[in-house]
Design a protein around this ligand. Sequence first.
Ligand SMILES: *Cc1c(COP(=O)(O)O)cnc(C)c1O
Length: 226
Amino acid sequence: MHLAGGTVAERVATLRERVDEVTVASGRERGSVSILAVTKAQPRDAVLAALAAGLTDVGENYLQEARAKYDGLPPCTKHFVGHVQTNKAKAIVNLFDVVQSVDRLDAGLALAKAAGDAGRRLRVLVQVNVSPTERFGTAPGDAPALAARLRDEGLAVDGVMAIGPLDGDVDAAFAKAHAAFERVGGTTLSMGMSGDWERAVRAGSTMVRLGTAIFGPRPARERSLA
Ligand SMILES: *Cc1c(COP(=O)(O)O)cnc(C)c1O
């Protein structure tokens, strides 16, 4: 894919280098922060371009959209980052490797049942709410108890996901998510998007979720969904 500002491969290479610079400047090991390519509202070609550029993790918000794009993809790890509707749990489990957006018990229970039925151990993150502008997510203080309960149900809870606030004290919000991650445990703190990933990495993120920075602006039609 060719876009203003370079190809997807060029953008990914530049971002990889910048993410590593901020990681090292934050006193952590080069390569310890991964990049998730968020392809919502982008065509299947965008997913293929991200994988061809060397990324291994892709993410989607909408099940319906992902279905068409994910058919016959090269090997990669697929992350669901959208709101989990309990009646879609089975379809989500069938399509995705990781569910980053478990924000309440009933969503987790539905996923645990679907994963059990499929004979799979599903990797999930607990989504915490650290932003007044964000609708979903459990209170950071409730995350450890939710994680414990979900582990009892057989889910592989591997950390925390957070969406930063659009304005206000972004660093304080990320610090709250980091504190919740330390209490939940696991390997992944998924935090930081195109506009705030540097602050997220400084606050301890291990995975930044990038859409616009890789693919350019989302097509207008779908932007209203996002
Ligand atoms: C859209 C989206 C992203 C990527 O956002 P950009 O600002 O385009 O990088 C990351 N995470 C979630 C949960 C999203 O919905």
